[in-house]
Design a protein around this ligand. Structure first.
Ligand code: PAP
Length: 336
């Protein structure tokens, strides 16, 4: 990104314009072809592109979690955008009731309301991202960090983590579409077969996907009050139950008055406001562009359903990925 904030090239294509100390580190790391970035580098067991290193390292060094912080954690394409909209709306519902005409979600993309720790922080001045439109003194951030890479204070403090995971087959299809949308016309597309091979080898944005999930699953079993572990498929099936679980976990449960209000069921209202159909009908999510990464916001919305993989994967691919999942989750009692 240039100093003026405009992009000569999308930031994910840049490898040269990163600080020298990052370049020195990258030169020592395993390196593979990226899906839409020039390369992915393996650091602390997980793959990420060059342009994300500088902030991620600064975040690991400087981010001081407060006990009241809430971190929304995901492997990419597992439901980050949805979880951001839900957590923000639940937490801020006193100032912004979900039916409010000026609810921030009506004019801002969820990624603007809940910043990524490793993307938006002004660590040069050691400033965490400002909390837009937040009426509570609790900071709500998101991150794709694996558990091993999570800044230490996020582990040692009483801050809370909400993790959402998704069937790897759907996460893969979603990431494949996302990556192709981020490739320039000169790059052409990455084929489903090539991306699938990389994904199964663990070489994907934030991957290996399974290691990311298992890392948080195991920690959530040890500390269920610290980490709430959610599944995209279960949320699609029963959004209201999960909205209540998220509110309880964040320490702002719905009161009897809220649940019995004659003006309407607040849980239904939150589910509607944050639903795929509603968010995709909004101008900001149709035509808005992110100032942090130059991305069109519509890239975060595609189909918003489960089992779309059935439209793409061959029986052999399904068999391979299911066997891999069974192997990776063996002994963990985790089922997706
Ligand atoms: P990120 O990790 O890059 O931020 P993330 O939001 O996790 O992306 O993934 C986008 C997926 O969530 C898309 O899935 P799809 O490609 O299979 O369709 C997107 O459609 C889906 N999604 C976005 N918003 C919602 C929502 N409100 N409800 C359900 N799914 C959603």
């Amino acid at each position: 990104m240039s100093k003026s904030g405009s992009f000569s090239q999308p930031p994910w294509l840049l490898e040269d314009e990163i600080p020298q100390e990052c370049k020195n580190l990258l030169s020592t790391l395993p390196k593979e072809k990226g899906w839409c970035e020039p390369h992915l580098y393996q650091y602390q067991g997980f793959w990420r592109p060059a342009w994300l290193f500088s902030n991620a390292l600064a975040c690991q060094k400087h981010y001081q979690a407060q006990n009241t912080d809430i971190l929304l954690v995901t492997a990419p394409k597992s439901g980050t955008t949805w979880l951001k909209s839900l957590a923000f709306t639940i937490l801020n519902r006193k100032l912004y009731p979900p039916t409010h005409n000026h609810h921030p979600l009506l004019t801002k993309n969820p990624h603007e309301l809940v910043p990524f720790l490793e993307l938006n922080i002004d660590f040069e001045n050691n400033k965490p991202p400002p909390m837009p439109n937040n009426n509570v003194d609790r900071r709500l951030y998101s991150t794709h960090f694996s558990y091993v890479s999570l800044p230490n204070s996020a582990k040692s403090s009483a801050c809370k983590l909400i993790y959402i995971c998704r069937d790897p087959k759907d996460a893969f299809i979603s990431l494949w579409h996302f990556s192709n949308k981020r490739r320039t016309p000169e790059m052409g597309t990455i084929s489903l077969e090539e991306a699938f091979e990389l994904f199964c080898r663990g070489v994907s944005l934030g991957g290996p996907f399974w290691d990311h999930v298992v890392g948080y699953w195991q920690e959530s079993l040890k500390a269920p009050d610290k980490i709430l572990f959610l599944k995209y498929e279960e949320m699609i099936e029963q959004p209201n139950i999960h909205i209540k679980r998220i509110a309880d976990f964040m320490g702002c449960p719905f009161s009897a008055e809220e649940l019995e209000a004659s003006s309407g069921n607040i849980v239904d209202e939150i589910a509607h406001l944050c639903s795929f159909n509603n968010l995709t009908s909004l101008e900001v999510n149709k035509n808005g562009i992110s100032s942090a990464g130059g991305l069109r916001f519509d890239i975060f919305f595609r189909r918003g359903i489960t089992q779309d993989w059935k439209n793409y994967l061959t029986p052999d691919m399904v068999d391979r990925i299911d066997r891999l999942t069974a192997e990776k989750f063996q002994g963990s009692e985790l089922k997706l």
